[in-house]
Structure formats: structure tokens, C-alpha cells
Design a protein. Structure first.
Length: 273
């Protein structure tokens, strides 16, 4: 585990302690029910892919530990509308405050500004955070394998699905992929054609922060047929998208390259043209 991830998880433990003093799990679950039905995060991605298009999860990210401030004129609602106009299937909203300058309010604002489903992108290690995600309107949550023990991964995924959310499970390498393949994750429901799980492959090395699209390409051979794979990080040009689609990957999480543009909508259209 990288030093930065250790620091982030230590902060998350403190945040969970504070959250538990403010809300019980049952209170957060009740707030989540008040949000109504989720918008169908995976369903929205699958619809794009079924129509022959790239399914893009467009990320709303103000800053990062490695790059610092990414966009100074940061308006989550406007960015969300830009992404919707540009052809995104879903939104990804950073809610971590200390390291990514995110906020829960950004997800609320983004989701209220368009009809796209949204994933809460944060370092989620406790069921209370999962309940909080639904309470603020998240349609999907991110579970980072590098941050979790196998039993935690299984428990958090099952709990998220029980609240009606989809789950994006993120890996960085073969060892983490093996954890996912061995895990007892929520199966496809009998009354649903949609598996509630996505497998994300992050092309950014957690230790060096170097990015290589080869990470996704190399792991594909190890992944069971029929798995919905999202490639994350390093998707910058239309050629990158074409390379991935030629390899059979049609779902993308794209953020920084779009966030730096005057018009994220125009940049997204060019990326997936």
C-alpha cells in the first residue's frame, strides 16, 4: 500500500468517527430512502454500449494529491450539464475533502443539475459511508480493493446493493484482481437482467503514480467473459478510446483531461467521436 493511501485511510477513520457522532446508520438509511429510486448507473452505461457508443463516466474533480488544483472555476452543476450535453452516460463526483478538495455537496449539486446517475468517488471503508452515499443521492459507490480486506470488500458491496446502489470495484494489478475473482460479491438478481457490479481497472500505479493503458490490456486476459470492465485513468485522446474499444473495453472513467478544458462538453464529444 502506498504512503498516500495510508494517510488517506487514517483520515477516513477519523471522518467515520465524526460521522458516527452525527448520524446513526438507521438515520442515514432513512435519508437514503427519501432519495427515491436510484437512476441505474450500470444500466445507463450498458445502454450507451448497446447502442454502439462508448459508455463514459465523466468525472467532476477539483484537485488531486498528485496534480494539485485541476480547475479553479469549479461549478459542479455547470460541469454536470456540460458532461450530459457532451454524451456522458454517468457522472463520477469526488467527495473527499482533505486530499481532493471534494465535498458531499458537489454530488448533490451535480446530480440535481442533470438526469445522469452518479457515483460517489471516495475512499469507502465502512458501512456508514455507504449509507451516507445513498443519503446524498449516490446511485453507485466505488470500492477500492487496495484499501480493503477481502471480507470488507464483500460486506460493503453487499450492503451497497441492499440499498439499491450499483458498485464499481477498482483494481490496479493482478494481485488485486485475484482478490475480486475470489470474493463472494453480490450476484445478478433473479428478477434483473443487470449485474450490480462493475470491475474498474485503474491504469495509475498507486505507488509511482505512473499511468499505462497496458495495465488494462494485460489484465483483460485474466477476467471472466461477460464482466463489465471500466478502464480508468490515462484516457486522454480519441486514439486511447479507439485502442481500448478494439480490445473489447467500451466503458471509460475520464476526468482530468476533460476538467482542464474550457468546454468539457466539446472535449468529451471529441474524445468519443
Amino acid at each position: 500500500m502506498s504512503d498516500i493511501l495510508d494517510k488517506i485511510l487514517a483520515v477516513k477513520a477519523e471522518e467515520i468517527t465524526r460521522l458516527a457522532k452525527r448520524y446513526s446508520r438507521s438515520t442515514l438509511e432513512a435519508l437514503g430512502r427519501e432519495q427515491g429510486a436510484t437512476r441505474g448507473f450500470i444500466r445507463a452505461l450498458s445502454a450507451k454500449v448497446a447502442s454502439g457508443e462508448a459508455g463514459v463516466i465523466a468525472e467532476i474533480k477539483k484537485a488531486s494529491p498528485s496534480k494539485g488544483l485541476i480547475r479553479a472555476d469549479f461549478d459542479p452543476g455547470w460541469i454536470a450539464r456540460e458532461y450530459a450535453s457532451g454524451g456522458a452516460a454517468c457522472l463520477s463526483v469526488l467527495t473527499d475533502e482533505q486530499f481532493f478538495q471534494g465535498h458531499n455537496a458537489f454530488l448533490v449539486q451535480a446530480r440535481a443539475s442533470c438526469a445522469l446517475p452518479a457515483i460517489r468517488k471516495d475512499f469507502l471503508i465502512d458501512e456508514l459511508q455507504i449509507a451516507e452515499a445513498r443519503a446524498i443521492g449516490a446511485d453507485c459507490v466505488l470500492l477500492i480493493v487496495a484499501a480493503l480486506q477481502p471480507a470488507q470488500l464483500e460486506a460493503l458491496a453487499s450492503y451497497a446493493v441492499s440499498l439499491g446502489m450499483d458498485v464499481l470495484v477498482e483494481v490496479h494489478d493482478r494481485a488485486e484482481l485475484d482478490v475480486v475473482l475470489k470474493a463472494q460479491l453480490p450476484p445478478r438478481a433473479l428478477n434483473s437482467a443487470q449485474n450490480p457490479m462493475l470491475l474498474g481497472i485503474n491504469n495509475r500505479n498507486l505507488r509511482s503514480f505512473a499511468v499505462s493503458l497496458d495495465t488494462t490490456i494485460q489484465l483483460l486476459a485474466e477476467i471472466p467473459q461477460g464482466t463489465d470492465v471500466v478502464t480508468e485513468s490515462g484516457i486522454v485522446t480519441a486514439a486511447d478510446v479507439a485502442t481500448m474499444r478494439a480490445a473489447g473495453v467500451h466503458r471509460f472513467l475520464v476526468g482530468e483531461s476533460l476538467m482542464r478544458q474550457d468546454s468539457p462538453a466539446t472535449a468529451l464529444r471529441a474524445l468519443i467521436a
